[in-house]
Design a binder for this molecule. Structure first.
Ligand SMILES: *Cc1c(COP(=O)(O)O)cnc(C)c1O
Length: 339
């Protein structure tokens, strides 16, 4: 038994998802002729109360396509310092869009409307880089799966509207947030100009993300996706997994959160652990105390077939997911206690 806690991207499709994929009706999606891709895009858009969607190979692409669609070279994108779009997308904000990031040091990855208002440049001044886009990430990956309340996101949306700025949601793990807050995705949708939703994280598909917005935005995004090399042909086989996931794998995310909290509680009690970030959803990030290095602990875990992610010299990340069972939880806790 291999226990892989490096990420919620390591899941493999189960029997029912595979069957849905095998039996998908497909066509050439670059011609708009794949019925299953069309169905997924419509279904996701409807869920979030938006007009349209576009299916992309990755969440990096949905984010980067959105940034490209919303900005011009020389514009500024405001995001938290922990943001995936800033840290983990290869410098894509400048590489793809010629824009620059302006960082806010928020509370565990969450910016406030006040911080956004104080940070944006909207007055024409020859010295300043003009802000065009504000991005929030929900849940926040690097901050250990923290999430925004609806009101917090709404307050930021008011600042954006008032200042004529575009507002993007990196919702790679948006359903992890929604099963906790119990907010409706359709209500969230109206706050943002664009929303990126990953299907291959907690929802457990092999690959793919959808980008949502109004018709005009999605038309533009579809063109940019093609230019970025993301136009796929018989992608319905993959989209079928997405439809299956939206229908079956959302509510069960609570189980992942329960197991993450159990892990977090067990880790707190370990002598070689200095601190554990609050466990709000499915991510557990902890800091080791003086003597222990991340690599040492990872090696010890690997000897017991447990894999985790090095999150800094003395930090480790565990992410729970669809393929992490109660039996695995029990074994992981046992192995950690024996280190
Ligand atoms: C995983 C992730 C993405 C997208 O990643 P891909 O691997 O490109 O699908 C975007 N934002 C956040 C916060 C993520 O965790």
């Amino acid at each position: 038994m291999i226990i892989d806690l490096r990420s919620d991207t390591v899941t493999k499709p189960g029997k029912a998802m595979l069957e849905a994929m095998f039996s998908a009706k497909v066509g050439d999606d670059v011609f708009g002729e794949d019925p299953t891709v069309n169905e997924l895009e419509e279904k996701a858009a409807k869920l979030f109360g938006r007009e349209a969607g576009v299916f992309c190979p990755s969440g990096t692409m949905t984010n980067q396509v959105a940034i490209k669609a919303h900005t011009q070279p020389g514009d500024e994108v405001v995001c938290d310092a922990t943001a995936h779009i800033y840290h983990y997308e290869g410098g894509g904000i400048s590489f793809n869009s010629g824009a620059q990031a302006k960082l806010i040091y928020g509370d565990r990855g969450r910016m406030t409307a006040k911080e956004v208002e104080e940070t944006i440049n909207v007055k024409l001044d020859n010295h300043l880089c003009l802000t065009q886009l504000v991005c929030v990430e929900n849940t926040v990956n690097r901050a250990g799966g923290s999430y925004y309340t609806f009101q917090q996101m709404k307050d930021i949306s008011a600042v954006c509207k008032k200042n004529n700025l575009k507002y993007h949601l990196d919702g790679a793990r948006i359903f992890n947030a929604l099963v906790e807050t119990k907010d409706k995705p359709s209500e969230l949708g109206s706050l943002f100009d664009s929303i990126s939703v990953c299907l291959s994280k907690g929802l457990g598909t092999p690959t793919g993300s959808v980008l949502l917005g109004n018709k005009e935005f999605i038309r533009k995004a579809r063109r940019i996706r093609k230019v970025f090399g993301g136009g796929m042909r018989q992608a319905g086989f993959l989209a079928a997994a997405g439809i299956y996931a939206l229908e079956n794998n959302i509510e069960r995310l609570k189980e992942d959160h329960y197991r993450a909290r159990e892990l977090g509680n067990a880790i707190k009690a370990l002598s070689f652990v200095e601190s554990v970030m609050p466990v709000d959803t499915n991510i557990v990030i902890f800091k080791l105390s003086d003597k222990m290095l991340s690599d040492d602990l990872l090696k010890k875990l690997a000897e017991q077939n447990i894999r985790a992610l090095n999150f800094g010299k003395q930090s480790i990340r565990f992410v729970t997911h669809l393929d992490f069972t109660d039996e695995m939880l029990e074994k992981t806790v046992k192995v950690l206690k024996a280190v």
